[in-house]
Design a protein around this ligand. Structure first.
Ligand SMILES: Cc1cc2nc3c(=O)[nH]c(=O)nc-3n(C[C@H](O)[C@H](O)[C@H](O)COP(=O)(O)OP(=O)(O)OC[C@H]3O[C@@H](n4cnc5c(N)ncnc54)[C@H](O)[C@@H]3O)c2cc1C
Length: 451
């Protein structure tokens, strides 16, 4: 994939998008029909190269494109792990035929994807994975267990990494496959989280089959491909990747493909673009950055003012710290953007941003619970319970506080734990020595393992 990060922001791109939206957006189209138009025109995943259903624009431009689509009152791209991770990885390493099969189905919302990477014994040490794939004619037979598979229960396809050569050192004997989740050899068991949701799953692969032509990149070269996926994951998380405006769900299992696209657009979205929607775009972008930096602080400030805890010096100090961390994140993002526009880079910034996000979410948890006091014990697991809580406490933000408190454990773990981010910064950015290890040269089958 071409390095698209330095592509300058051009008004022409946004002008072209406005004209295109005027000619193409129709709220009465089904989501599938709308996404077919959006995806094939290159607006669903504009950072992808033009050969992979994108437009080769920088991430900052893509945010402006999302904002413009939202400002027009149109439905946004089919967001999910397909768009965030699989599409850019396949664009980086796949053949044109694979791009035309998999990426096309992602940008048009036809297929939802999940990530079959982590295993019970291989999370931070991902290259220690033991899920095996053995060649059988034109196919591979896969056996093993994955865990933490976000949205596995509603996915059509998966990014799978499996060991194909145990006699090679551990990073060299791994292959990356695009595997069909609709088959008897794959069993997905949801895991109930303390939030009450079951977002992730255990996934059992028992004689599951995947064709040889579904290998992404080289056979036994899957580690490099997996690192591409992880790079896109950190960049997406660090940049607060996500959708502005309306979103609907892609895929054939829980997807909204046959539903009316207009029903997924927030009522407040502007129905049509103004002649100078650059201002609208700026406002939407500003709104998003506020939401990311100051948004949570201002909700907590409002709550603290409402119940009087604002006079507590410890709460005030925490609120100031939360605001400051948000501003540091925003300035770092601006600094990176400016450096890239000048042709440079700031190594480790994606890791630093992710660490910053972990700090923010932990502080939101502690501060939120401090402000709401004993009400923090009233978590609602259903919309009905939330209604009862809202009425009893008079605080419509209570569910946000308790939900954040329970979910706050996740960001410091997914996409590489805080400790792993620090290791990466230490070793790859600061040049500190790695922990001594012989696993780069010893065959995986000879490495000592817990059984
Ligand atoms: C919400 C959520 C969603 C997820 N979604 C997916 C998904 O869709 N697909 C998928 O494949 N995975 C997913 N994961 C898994 C995630 O990538 C792993 O949980 C993560 O990589 C950590 O692995 P682990 O849980 O095995 O912990 P371990 O690797 O066992 O780590 C345990 C502890 O030891 C520390 N540690 C480990 N090694 C080192 C070291 N070398 N130096 C210092 N400290 C170390 C860790 O930081 C951690 O504190 C998800 C996780 C979460 C929380």
């Amino acid at each position: 994939m071409t390095d698209t990060l330095d592509t300058p922001v051009t008004d022409d791109t946004l002008d072209e998008l406005r004209d295109w939206l005027r000619d193409n957006w129709d709220p009465d189209l089904s989501c599938a029909q709308w996404w077919e138009r959006l995806g094939l025109a290159g607006w669903a995943a504009p950072t992808l190269p033009t050969t992979a259903y994108g437009r080769g624009v920088a991430r900052a431009v893509a945010v402006q494109i999302q904002a413009e689509i939202a400002a027009h009152g149109a439905l946004g791209a089919p967001f999910g792990l397909g768009l965030l991770l699989a599409a850019p990885t396949i664009a980086d390493h796949g053949t044109q035929e694979q791009i035309d099969t998999y990426v096309r189905d992602i940008v048009t919302g036809q297929r939802a994807w999940c990530q079959l990477f982590s295993e019970p014994g291989a999370g931070s040490d991902l290259a220690g994975l033991t899920c095996r794939a053995v060649r059988d004619g034109d196919e591979w037979i896969v056996n093993g267990q994955k865990v933490w598979t976000s949205l596995g229960q509603t996915s059509d396809m998966a990014m799978l990494i499996a060991r194909t050569a145990p006699d090679l050192p551990k990073h060299q004997g791994i292959t990356y496959f695009a595997i069909d989740m609709h088959q008897p050899g794959i069993e997905v068991r949801p895991l109930r989280e303390m939030t009450g949701h079951a977002m992730f799953n255990e996934t059992f692969l028992t004689d599951a089959r995947v064709p040889d032509h579904a290998i992404i990149g080289e056979r036994n070269g899957g580690w490099a491909v997996a690192n591409s996926t992880l790079g896109h994951e950190r960049a997406g998380l660090g940049s607060g990747g996500g959708a502005l405006g309306g979103t609907a769900t892609p895929g054939t299992i829980a997807g909204n493909l046959e539903r009316r696209a207009g029903d997924f657009v927030p009522k407040s979205a502007a129905p049509a673009p103004s002649p100078s929607s650059a201002a609208t775009t700026e406002k939407a972008t500003e709104k998003k950055s506020k939401r990311k930096s100051g948004g949570s602080a201002s909700i907590l400030i409002g709550m603290a003012k409402g119940n009087g805890t604002i006079t507590d010096p410890v709460v005030r100090q925490g609120l100031m710290r939360l605001h400051t961390l948000g501003e540091i994140g925003r300035y770092n993002a601006e600094r990176l953007k400016a450096t890239r526009a000048g042709g440079g880079d700031i190594p480790g910034m994606a890791n630093i941003s992710k660490l910053g996000m972990s700090d923010i979410v932990r502080l939101q948890r502690d501060l939120g619970l401090e402000i709401v006091g004993a009400q923090g014990m009233l978590h609602a697991y259903t919309p009905e319970q939330q209604k009862v809580n809202d009425e009893a406490t008079g605080n419509p933000f209570l569910a946000m506080v308790t939900g954040t408190a329970m979910y706050a454990q996740a960001p410091p773990i997914y996409g590489g734990t805080d400790q792993i981010q620090r290791n990466i910064i230490g070793e790859r950015v600061l040049g500190l020595p790695k922990e001594p290890s012989n696993d780069k040269v010893v065959p995986f089958s000879e490495l000592p393992r817990n059984t």
